[in-house]
Design a protein around this ligand. Structure first.
Ligand SMILES: C[S@@+](CC[C@H](N)C(=O)[O-])C[C@H]1O[C@@H](n2cnc3c(N)ncnc32)[C@H](O)[C@@H]1O
Length: 442
């Protein structure tokens, strides 16, 4: 049977099943955003902090413009570094974001909080004066480490950055204004990897033995200066745009969104992937140094998609999810268990989204398919099938080709895990899907 399919939507003979809705969707170049430069995608507060698998801002912006109106409440249950929240505010929407990663909370909170520019300039000047350095950028009075932040910090940081870390952190923590202190902490967090033995660009925590490690204070001051310029632009952008900036930013679980049932007008989100990034490991420097976590093992268990994710009690609704888990279990028992927990957890998240959406409102999920142990893992179709069984109609499937210049990572074809572009033989997500799912009106 032949279906006529309009780019990005369904027409004529209406496909009925999820499988049919996917079958004839081809890459829509309008959703690649290949023309955007890094400078543009890092504009405003978007460039404050590195974060894996960030949204490209125009993608979030287009979904927000297309499916919501000014004043609406836009939610992101996996907010990461807060791209959806920032774009919501710029477009005059209210926003609510949740992430289990404490550092994601800090980044998103800071990125959605415009600061009065003159006040910020004054604080930055005072901070600079309080951290005098010699000709090599070393703190003049660093002192000895007074307390052990965490044994792993001693592993990652070499002297003198190790000692300077505490002096700088103490100085930042003296700032009485919460918003400004968080701004400083966000900048501090973003230079931690650069100023440690961490192998940059690695998707796993790896020591770089050849690294020439820059001094901490100059790196921090440069970072804060760049953020200051971005804040100025964001401040002006938000001040000129109707309703006041408003974002509720929560460190919590996507399975329990902090809003009333039936209150969200639009969800724009990109879920984590199964056994891909270990966010708890990747952000260990920030979470440990800032005191957001002390036990990485405990932290890992809360992340959906982690190999260490805690087990979940939930009967899978999607036949394709069950089939995928069975195939994976045959190939490798541990991967099978990981996929089961992942699909179970994501099913709980989709149920929560359905519950918190208004009637007639939409959830837009950005997700790519993947492969583990040579077994295809069709995430997009599984989520679509699960959503439909929970009462979310699959209204539209958009396939976007990701321009190679912004492909964040590649996958190791043997394990299916993210790896460095240098080592990998296969690209991770040359394409991904945007699923537009709608909660029907009663
Ligand atoms: C693909 S990233 C989102 C990136 C985001 N769109 C951005 O632009 O930065 C997925 C996020 O899901 C978060 N996550 C994993 N498990 C979670 C859970 N149980 N509840 C909420 N967030 C979770 C991870 O910490 C990560 O930030």
């Amino acid at each position: 049977m032949v279906y006529k399919v309009r780019i990005g939507g369904f027409r004529a003979i209406k496909p009925e099943t999820v499988r049919e809705k996917f079958r004839f969707v081809s890459c829509d170049p309008r959703w690649s955003f290949a023309e955007y430069t890094t400078r543009q995608t890092m504009a405003l507060t978007h460039g404050y902090h590195k974060y894996p698998a960030k949204f490209i801002p125009p993608l979030a912006a287009r979904l927000i413009e297309e499916y919501s109106s000014p004043g609406d409440l836009v939610g992101d249950p996996f907010m990461g570094s807060g791209t959806t929240l920032v774009e919501s505010i710029i477009h005059g929407r209210r926003a609510v974001g949740v992430d289990i990663n404490p550092i994601a909370w800090l980044i998103s909170k800071v990125k959605t909080t415009p600061l009065e520019p003159a006040k910020l300039t004054q604080v930055l000047e005072e901070l600079k004066e309080s951290l005098p350095t010699d000709g090599e950028g070393r703190l003049i009075k660093a002192g000895k480490p007074s307390r052990l932040i965490h044994e792993r910090i001693d592993y990652w940081f070499a002297e003198p950055n190790r000692s300077e870390l505490e002096v700088v952190l103490d100085q930042i923590n003296r700032e009485p204004n919460d918003d400004i202190r968080r701004f400083l902490l966000c900048g501090f967090s973003n230079v931690l990897k650069t100023c440690s033995r961490w192998l940059m660009k690695s998707s796993k925590p790896t020591v770089d033995r050849q690294k020439v490690i820059p001094p901490l204070v100059p790196a921090l001051l440069r970072q804060l200066q760049r953020m200051e310029q971005r804040n100025l632009l964001f401040f002006e952008e938000v001040r000129g745009s109707g309703p006041p900036a408003w974002a509720k930013v929560v460190n919590g679980d996507a399975r329990s969104l902090p809003v009333k049932a039936g209150s969200i007008d639009l969800i724009v989100t990109s879920p984590p992937y199964v056994t891909s990034y270990e966010y708890a490991d990747l952000h260990q420097l920030s979470n440990l140094v800032l005191g957001f976590a002390t036990d990485l093992r405990e932290l890992r268990q809360t992340f959906i998609g982690s190999v260490r994710a805690a087990e979940v009690e939930e009967v899978l609704l999607s036949p394709l999810a069950k089939l995928t888990v069975d195939r994976l279990t045959t190939a490798n028992r541990i991967e099978g268990r990981g996929a089961l927990t992942y699909f179970q957890s994501m099913q709980q998240c989709l149920r929560e989204m359905h519950e918190k959406l208004k009637q007639g409102a939409r959830a837009c999920l950005v997700i790519g398919d993947t492969e583990l142990k040579k077994v295809p893992v069709p995430n997009a179709e599984v989520f679509a099938e699960t959503g439909e069984r929970l009462g979310l109609e699959l209204e539209r499937v958009i396939k976007r080709c990701i321009p190679s210049k912004i492909l964040p990572q590649t996958r190791d074809p043997r394990t299916g895990r993210f790896t460095s572009a240098r080592k990998a033989k296969a690209l991770a997500y040359p394409e991904e899907y945007i699923l537009v799912m709608r909660k029907p009106k009663a």
